[in-house]
Design a protein around this ligand. Structure first.
Ligand code: ZN
Length: 362
């Protein structure tokens, strides 16, 4: 078997479930032990409340032509899923698809770039499946720059992801006035205020009952509604949690304008609990077009340009880098019987190397 596949299998045997500190340390150590050759530089960050972040690169500077990103933590699984099995070209194990195989591909590409006229790095986090605190802390340092980011934690061999939505979590709050529920006119019901605000907000978003013609629309979901639990009191407080997924059509500023207007009208308040960032690339970008051409030649098939409603760690580079979101094939991510198609691992490896060569000769 190739060194790439041997590496993947060794990595899959380590039970690096997010938060399992010992196993996370073990996989970090495994990487450090196996990429010791001349020409590879390794940096490690250990932030408070975060699992380690590793940067392996072919240069000392943090200014990259190409930076590949990935994570080596996995979601929980039964012990037997940490014994990799190969069956009819499929590699079964926890993390085979999400995403140790892809990280191994990127590290193999790193080896390929040693001594070449291109600055290449692989940025690896180990808490992506839970807090993403590693990446969050690194973002604050703002010390890593990249012209092009390869994100194989998105899409698959036949689908390159062009855009990711921007997730925003909002708390909606209302105050009212207590009264005995037998005399509701003496009180002010906070729940009703929150509900009117929700009703008003829903007018700005497509109805949830049917699947929209395209997934690429702004959405809003009420994920929680709380008030003091009583039988016979008009509640004096209520709150709701809302989760928005925004396309490039709605900036955070625009959403806040809508929230401000509606809150003024319905006598509510709001608080942004969490706002990360969308990734809005354009597949017409020169580098993405080049990558696509190489990839399509290698796999002998047209690649679809798709969008995603989820979120990706590469978003920290969304403002300054061209992000190419393209991965391997497989199924059952986060489920039993997770597998990756071995052929697709080898093809992604080939694509990355051809792309590097193309960039060098540009
Ligand atoms: Zn992942």
């Amino acid at each position: 078997m190739s060194q790439l596949l041997d590496n993947i299998i060794e990595m899959l045997k380590i039970k690096s479930i997010s938060g399992n500190e010992n196993a996370i340390k073990q996989i970090v150590q495994w990487i450090k032990n196996n990429f010791t050759e001349n020409g590879i530089f390794i940096n490690e960050w250990n932030f408070d409340n975060a699992s380690p972040v590793l940067l392996l690169s072919n240069c000392k500077s943090y200014d990259f032509d190409v930076l590949a990103i990935g994570h080596l933590d996995v979601v929980p699984a039964q012990d037997d899923m940490f014994i990799p099995k190969i069956d009819s070209g499929k590699l079964f194990a926890r993390g085979s698809l999400d995403m140790k195989s892809s990280v191994a591909v990127c590290l193999d590409t790193l080896r390929y770039t040693i001594g070449k006229k291109i600055s290449f790095g692989v940025l690896i986090t180990t808490d992506e499946e839970t807090t993403s605190n590693g990446m969050r802390n690194l973002q604050k340092l703002n010390n890593i720059k990249a012209k092009i980011v390869l994100d194989p934690d998105a899409g698959d061999l036949y689908n390159l992801v062009e855009k990711y939505k921007h997730p925003v979590s909002v708390e909606l709050l209302a105050k009212g006035k207590n009264a005995h529920s037998s005399k509701p006119w003496q009180g002010e019901n906070a729940i009703r205020k929150v509900i009117s605000a929700i009703n008003e907000l829903e007018k700005y978003f497509p109805p949830l009952e049917q699947k929209p013609a395209s997934d690429w629309v702004d959405t809003m979901v009420v994920t929680a509604l709380n008030s003091p639990t009583t039988y016979n009191v008009v509640p004096a407080s209520a709150e709701a949690r809302l989760n928005f997924r925004l396309t490039e059509n709605t900036s955070l500023e625009k959403l806040e304008n809508i929230l401000q207007n509606i809150c003024a009208k319905t006598n509510c308040d709001y608080k942004i609990l969490l706002s990360s960032q969308g990734v809005y690339m354009n597949a017409d970008n020169l580098y993405i077009r080049q990558y696509l051409k190489i990839a399509e030649n290698i796999i002998g098939k047209k690649i679809n340009i798709t969008t995603s409603c989820g979120a990706t760690d590469s978003r920290m580079f969304a403002d300054s880098s061209v992000i190419i979101m393209h991965g391997i094939n497989g199924a059952n991510m986060h489920a039993d019987n997770e597998f990756a198609e071995i052929e697709s691992i080898l093809l992604l490896s080939k694509i990355q190397k051809f792309f590097i060569d193309e960039l060098i000769h540009l």
